[in-house]
Structures are given as structure tokens and as C-alpha cells.
Design a protein around this ligand. Structure first.
Ligand code: SAH
Ligand code: SF4
Length: 351
């Protein structure tokens, strides 16, 4: 069985040609797949019946995710879904809307996708990390998460404007499937989202960062740093292992040089752990003159015994970075009351 959402447009073309049909039949499959969201091959009536039968006989299907739980934040801007993937595995996918930031008259609508069930990196503050690793999510299952929300948004006259790989799992640890999904989703005959509207977030797997730099893609890169030195970082990211803070920053520099895309460093602020003025100064010295951007994320208390710093602490941390000339923003945490931190919903619902 092969899900048609797994195929790149070129592969779809080869498939119909190999089946003895003209090339243009591929677009008659691709257009509905990415604009009408059929759930079955027979839901594409413009396709000749014989081709639909041939595809079905050859084991092709159209997979879709099934919603099993939905939580919406009080302001309505964040929607977190627990979706059953076509094989029945529950996964988290989140929509975050920014009504004040309009793109062509529509609110910025960012989908946060998962790339793995669980995660092997074991970050102590992360609900997904505390689950352990279960399995990789396939490209078509990543696409299914986006399509599910695209369908919801289409019914409201809106559409997906941005995509972040910040859900459950480590994208670089599922590199080939992650990149296949990116290629399908950005292809102008596929889903067609702009490469620049995609951000891939990694815990700092250097081989993955270097490989991504060579893909000739204009996607954004976010590196989850969380600490300015190896000693502290290893406490928070126990599997950081051979990837030292210096090496990770160097890999970010190479990515910027190769792609021209500025790298964002994510920094989850935890009270009494990595939020002191001394640590802010150390971080400022480390990143100064780098042209990079720091995203401070006051922690969502999930796994372990971690708390958010006070607003004053967050402001002070931000001020130290800004004064040193390090470009810095505090991520407005949306949806804390609906457990929007990665891995939290699945843990709450499935266990
Ligand atoms: N594995 C990748 C991408 C998924 S996690 C990575 O670690 O970058 C996406 C982001 O959510 C990361 O920056 C991660 O540090 C952050 N995150 C995880 N748990 C969190 C929590 N409890 N509160 C706030 N941010 C969290
Ligand atoms: Fe994995 Fe990212 Fe969570 Fe760390 S923060 S455990 S890398 S999902």
C-alpha cells in the first residue's frame, strides 16, 4: 500500500506514465489532493474510472488523519488536536493564529507538526522527551497533519501560511522523511507553501544541520540551545553528547553562510536553572556579533519540576542580550492553559 500523499509530483507523473496514461493525469490527481482534500481515490471524479481502478488495484490509497480530541484556547487563537494517523497512531498537531498579523487579509496561521512519536533526546523539561522514543512519522503522515488543518482553515476561508517543525520529536533524527515532507509541501505542484514560511527546529544535531544546508532549500532553521555552556546544557539535554555548544553555534554559522537564512536560537527559560543575569551575560558573549536571533520561551511547566521565571526575570534576561547587541524576542506563549507544549496533550489523553 502506498499513500498518494507520499509521492512527489515528479513521482506521481512517473506513476501515471508507467500505468500507460498521459502525463497531465498526474495534475488531475495532485490538484484535488492539495486543494480539495479527498479521502478516497473515488472522491476524485474528474479522474477516469479506469485510472481510479488501476491505482486502487496497484495498492495506492489516500490516507487522512482522524481527529480524536480538540482543545481550543480561551482566545480562540490556538487549536491543539490529537490526530490519529492513517495507521491509528495518535499524534499532536497545533494551529496557532495571529489575528493581528495579517497576510493578504488573512490571519497568519502556523501549523506545528510532529515528526516522531516520542523522542530519544530525553530533554528533561519536555513532555515528549520524557515519553521516550516510539517511532518515526512517515512523510505522508507529516503531510496528513498539514492537510487536516488546511481543510479546517479552508472551510473558514483561511489557509495555512506558515509551518514549523516544532511538535513531537526531533526532525533531524527522522531526516529523510522530514525532508520528503518539506519537498512535497513546498512543491508548486504539491501543497505549494513557500520555503521561507517553514522553520525546522532541532536540538542541535550537527550532521542534520549540515545536510539541510546542502538541500538548496530556503527553509528557516531554529536551534534549541537552552544553555550557554556544555555543563548546564548536558543537564537539560542529557543526550547532547558530542555536540558541544560551540560546535552547534559553528554549525548555525555554516547554515547561515550557505543559505543566507538567519538562524534562531531557542532558549527555554527555567526558573533558577538557566535564567540568571550571569547566564544571560555568558549567552550574550557567546552569540555576540553572530547575526543570530534568540527566541526566549518561558517554560511551559510539563515534565519534571520546572517553573517559569518571573516576568521581571524574563525582562532582565532579554535586556542583557539586547544591550549586548544580540537580537532577541520573548515568544508570546499561546495556549498554556490548553497544554500547548509539545507532547503534553498526548501525555494527558493517551498516557
Ligand atoms: N526536537 C526539536 C523540535 C521539537 S521541540 C527541538 O527540540 O528543537 C520544539 C521546541 O519546544 C523546542 O525549542 C523545545 O525546547 C521546546 N519545548 C519543549 N518542551 C517545552 C516546554 N515544556 N516549555 C517550553 N518549550 C518547550
Ligand atoms: Fe526531543 Fe525536542 Fe523534546 Fe528535546 S525538546 S526531547 S529534542 S522534542
Amino acid at each position: 500500500m502506498t499513500d498518494l500523499y507520499r509521492l512527489l509530483p515528479e513521482e506521481m507523473e512517473q506513476l501515471v506514465i508507467d500505468m500507460g496514461y498521459p502525463r497531465y493525469r498526474a495534475d488531475q490527481i495532485l490538484l484535488p489532493l492539495y486543494y480539495k482534500f479527498p479521502k478516497d481515490i473515488n472522491d476524485i471524479p474528474q479522474l477516469p474510472k479506469k485510472l481510479r481502478e488501476d491505482l486502487t488495484k496497484a495498492g495506492y490509497t489516500i490516507g487522512s488523519a482522524k481527529e480524536i480530541h480538540r482543545v481550543v484556547s480561551d482566545d480562540g487563537d490556538t487549536t491543539k488536536l490529537l490526530l490519529n494517523l492513517p495507521d491509528g497512531t495518535p499524534v499532536e498537531t497545533v494551529l496557532i493564529q495571529y489575528p493581528s498579523s495579517k497576510i493578504n487579509g488573512h490571519p497568519r496561521s502556523t501549523i506545528c507538526v510532529s515528526t516522531q512519536i516520542g523522542c530519544a533526546m530525553g530533554c528533561v523539561f519536555c513532555a515528549t522527551g520524557q515519553m521516550g522514543f516510539e517511532k518515526n512519522i512517515k512523510a505522508e503522515e507529516i503531510v496528513a497533519q498539514v492537510i487536516h488543518f488546511a481543510n479546517i482553515l479552508q472551510q473558514r476561508g483561511e489557509h495555512v501560511t506558515n509551518l514549523v517543525f516544532m511538535g513531537m520529536g526531533e526532525p533531524m533524527a527522522n531526516y529523510d522523511e522530514m525532508i520528503r515532507a518539506v519537498r512535497i509541501l513546498t512543491h508548486n505542484r504539491g501543497f505549494g507553501i513557500g520555503q521561507r514560511n517553514i522553520t525546522i527546529s532541532t536540538i542541535g544535531i550537527i550532521s542534520g544541520i549540515d545536510k539541510l544546508a546542502e538541500e538548496n532549500l530556503q527553509v528557516g532553521l531554529a536551534i534549541s540551545l537552552h544553555a550557554p555552556n556544555n555543563e548546564l546544557r548536558k543537564k537539560l539535554v542529557p543526550t547532547a553528547g558530542p555536540n558541544s555548544v560551540e560546535d552547534i553555534i559553528e554549525a548555525g554559522r555554516r547554515y547561515y553562510k550557505k543559505t543566507g537564512r538567519r538562524v534562531t536560537f531557542e532558549y527555554a527559560l527555567m526558573k533558577g536553572i538557566n535564567d540568571s543575569p550571569e547566564i544571560a551575560t555568558e549567552l550574550a558573549i557567546l552569540l555576540k556579533g553572530n547575526g543570530s536571533h534568540v527566541n526566549l520561551i518561558p517554560i511551559n511547566p510539563t515534565a519534571g519540576n520546572f517553573n517559569r521565571p518571573t516576568q521581571d526575570n524574563v525582562n532582565e534576561f532579554e535586556r542583557i542580550l539586547s544591550d549586548a547587541g544580540v537580537n532577541c524576542t520573548v515568544r508570546i506563549e499561546k495556549g498554556i492553559e490548553i497544554s500547548a507544549a509539545c507532547g503534553q496533550l498526548r501525555t494527558d489523553i493517551v498516557g
